[in-house]
Design a binder for this molecule. Structure first.
Ligand code: GLN
Length: 281
């Protein structure tokens, strides 16, 4: 990729990029460099790139060709209709996690004064979305990673969401606090799963992905400790792996939850399980 190449027009830049990466990714990267709409790329193929823009675009294409996720290269990803800042300190929000949001909204509606907790908030996508979609609820979001919390706080400020951020390991920093709804998309991939060495996932924080030999270590801790932090009739909703629904329902049963259920994502995969805490027997 010689430096002496003269800057091409939009069509030429995309044609060059296509030799190295997917066209869809090339379009997202070029829109990011030119700060323009998708429509403009199509309507002005003859627009010549400025030298510095061409140089930045080439670097981004090279990095994408070497495997870096597009979301990290452009620094953001859409989730539930809003753009969230992301960095390699946080997991890139996934479309399947929108199921967790829909279930929380359906179960919860708006009950002013209610307290909601998001464990392992990462970019803050779940907590911030719930804070913005549910009126007048009190949102707390926890993460063990200080770097992740910086990203989440920047997102809350940018999107105008009011969320209390707490650094800590799951419930460790929450004392005796209780909530009406606890949600989490914890790490749930088995340590030896070859998926962790695949594609975009290679660049994501392992601490947000892997959880013990079966991927259940963190789900186990959360289910076991949630009862001490749920109000009577409060809900616990957990995202998990494609083959973990049965195991998570088992954990919920053992911990004494009621109304235990699993819900399928758009691909038909049971992706979220949860239950209601009936209160102390
Ligand atoms: N769904 C993600 C993946 O398969 C994992 C997310 C998680 O561990 N919370 O890459």
């Amino acid at each position: 990729m010689a430096d002496t190449l003269a800057a091409p027009d939009i069509a030429g830049a995309l044609a060059w990029a296509r030799e190295h990466i997917e066209l869809m990714d090339a379009r997202v990267l070029l829109r990011h460099v030119l700060q323009c709409s998708a429509a403009r790329l199509v309507s002005h193929p003859e627009q010549r790139l400025a030298g510095p823009d061409w140089s930045v675009f080439r670097t981004l294409v090279e990095r994408r060709a070497a495997g870096e996720p597009v979301a990290y290269l452009v620094g953001e990803r859409e989730f539930f209709g809003r753009n969230f800042l992301v960095s390699p300190a946080v997991l890139i929000p996934r479309p399947e996690t929108e199921l967790l949001i829909e279930l929380a909204l359906a179960r919860f509606g708006s009950r002013p004064g209610s307290r909601v907790l998001d464990l392992g908030t990462g970019s803050g996508a779940i907590a911030i979305t719930l804070a913005l979609e549910l009126d007048a609820v009190d949102l707390t979001a926890v993460d063990a990673s200080r770097e992740a919390l910086w990203v989440a706080m920047a997102n809350a400020a940018r999107l105008g969401a009011s969320v209390s951020f707490v650094q800590g390991d799951w419930f460790a920093a929450l004392g005796e606090e209780r909530f009406h709804l606890i949600v989490s998309n914890p790490p749930y991939v088995a340590e030896a799963d070859p998926h962790l060495a695949d594609g975009d996932v290679r660049f994501e924080p392992q601490s947000a992905l892997a959880a013990g030999p079966e991927g259940l270590d963190d789900l186990q801790i959360i289910v076991a400790e949630a009862p001490r932090h749920l109000e009577r009739d409060g809900w616990l909703l957990l995202e998990h792996g494609y083959d973990q629904a049965c195991a998570v329902r088992g954990l919920l049963t053992d911990a004494g939850f009621s109304e235990i259920n699993s819900w399928a994502d758009l691909a038909g995969i049971e992706r979220v399980s949860g239950g209601r805490w009936p209160g102390r027997p």
